[in-house]
Design a protein around this ligand. Structure first.
Ligand SMILES: [Zn+2]
Length: 482
């Protein structure tokens, strides 16, 4: 965006043009007061400010600083701009307030050749993540003016370094006793980025198992961490997650969330939703069947395209949404189907629940695992459980094997790539053909089985997908097809 200011002779006035919203129109009052309180005379002539390009809708308060600087520059040639960019909201007393979305704006400015950026002090850390950009954190408009007149330069913020090597959030896998099959499913899902459904009676530990995922997933690469931080910056959520964090995000929205909160939307320009905050990490939907059907339907397209496009009257916005879906659900309405306690649902209720569970995104789930209530033997068994770190090392090794074949995780492989990477042995091919017929696998489900089998073979360090890997993948699918 370019902010232009023009002073002309005529009655004093102040107009802002360029497809602006109300917050930008109100900037006139903030700018007028802040310029005066910064000790600079506000020009009493006909003042026009233009925000270009005119066809792009603009909103919010982050243009305040640039508008004030443009106005002062129009009246005072001693202010030198020299290609510096400005972001920030002004308070009436001329101090600078932090705004949302500074990181993605800073990245965009750098990509367009900007070398120096002035931001409110509280935004300096996130902006300084962008390599090659000199970031000046300013407390107030006065300090900006002193800097631009060459009287007292603002100090450059030190480059923000990535925050790694700290303990991960969430419980360790060793804290869960027993549940070997569920733990194995978590390992496979984390290794290949597969979508997972955990079913079981209340109190079986489904939520606890899902919450161990942050301790299992590999650290994000710097570029990925920047993508994630950019989304949090737009939502103003960098208080929840440090801009320099390289932990994969874990989001667990409640089923009462609005559709816009889940997939993105809201008034004005669309905001990213939970599925974008889970980008490069995990979206955990506990009590999956309690989510409104329309919400689950809305997940279909992002799960397929790994991005979401939200259309609003002012503009359509596309946000990344490359997340791993982990869902947890009771096996039936009462919760005790298959449990020794016994299910009290009648046939109709059971059928209705099953259709709710399997209908909307059955074809988007790769692995299903039932999580039974823990047996007392397991709880009091003194055997050592494997810690998350050991499992994570296997997952990292499997991810390296995937990276050696191409850029995408197994869960995101298209049909042709997938078949080329599987190299099925003849017995494995026969098993797949037989099972596909028996389980009536759709083409989509068939590929899901293959992707999971590819990941199981990667965990085993195998180039080819053998019968064992395929059989294990099919066993996780079979529960969904019942
Ligand atoms: Zn039941």
């Amino acid at each position: 965006m370019t902010v232009e200011a023009d002073l002309a002779n005529g009655l004093p006035s102040f107009t802002i043009v360029g497809l602006t919203d109300r917050a930008i129109q109100e900037a006139r009052e903030r700018v007028r007061a802040a310029v005066r309180n910064a000790g600079v005379d506000f020009p009493s002539r006909r003042l026009t400010v233009n925000l270009a390009p005119a066809e792009v809708p603009k909103e919010g308060t982050s243009f305040d600083l640039a508008i004030a600087v443009a106005v002062m520059r129009a009246a005072d040639p001693a202010i030198r701009l020299d290609g510096v960019a400005f972001i920030g909201e002004l308070a009436l007393d001329a101090s600078l307030r932090p705004v949302t979305g500074v990181l993605p704006m800073a990245r965009c400015l750098r990509a367009h050749g900007v070398q120096t950026l002035v931001v409110p002090e509280a935004n300096a850390e996130e902006a300084a993540l962008v390599a090659g950009l000199t970031v000046l954190g300013a407390p107030s408009l006065q300090r900006c003016v002193e800097h631009l007149r060459g009287d007292a330069p603002l100090p450059a913020a030190p480059p923000t370094s990535r925050a790694n090597g700290h303990a991960r959030a969430g419980p360790d896998l060793a804290a869960v006793r027993g549940q070997a099959r569920a733990k194995r499913a978590l390992e496979i899902a984390a290794a290949g980025g597969h979508n997972l459904l955990l079913t079981g009676p209340p109190g079986a530990g489904k939520t606890m198992l899902a919450r161990t995922l942050p301790s299992l997933l590999p650290e994000l690469a710097m570029e990925q961490a920047l993508e994630v931080a950019a989304i949090y910056s737009l939502r103003g959520a960098l208080r929840e997650r440090s801009a320099a964090s390289t932990d994969p995000p874990f989001r667990s929205p409640h089923h009462s969330i609005s559709r816009a909160g889940l997939v993105g939307g809201g008034s004005g320009l669309a905001q990213p939703g939970e599925i974008s905050l889970a980008h490069r990490g995990v979206l955990f939907l506990d009590e999956f069947c309690e989510f409104p059907r329309a919400h689950l339907e809305a997940l279909r397209q992002p799960l397929e395209e790994r991005a979401v496009t939200v259309v609003r009257s002012r503009a359509a916005v596309t946000y990344p949404a490359d997340f791993m879906l982990v869902a947890a659900s009771n096996p039936c309405a009462c919760g005790y189907l298959g449990d020794p306690r016994g299910c009290s649902c009648d046939a109709r209720r059971l059928a209705a629940y099953r259709s709710r569970l399997s209908g909307p995104i059955k074809d988007r789930i790769d692995l299903v695992v039932s999580v039974p209530r823990q047996r007392y033997d397991d709880i009091f068994d003194g055997a050592d459980e494997e810690p998350s770190e050991a499992v994570r090392r296997r997952i990292e090794a499997a991810r390296e094997r995937q990276a050696a074949r191409g850029r995408r995780l197994n869960a995101a492989l298209g049909g042709v790539r997938l078949i080329a990477s599987c190299r099925l042995s003849p017995p494995a091919s026969r098993l797949l053909a037989r099972s596909g017929e028996r389980l009536h696998l759709s083409a989509r489900a068939f590929f899901r089985v293959l992707r999971v089998a590819r990941t199981i073979a990667d965990l085993a360090g195998c180039d080819d997908v053998g019968e064992d890997a395929l059989a294990e993948a099919l066993s996780h699918r079979a529960e969904l097809e019942l």
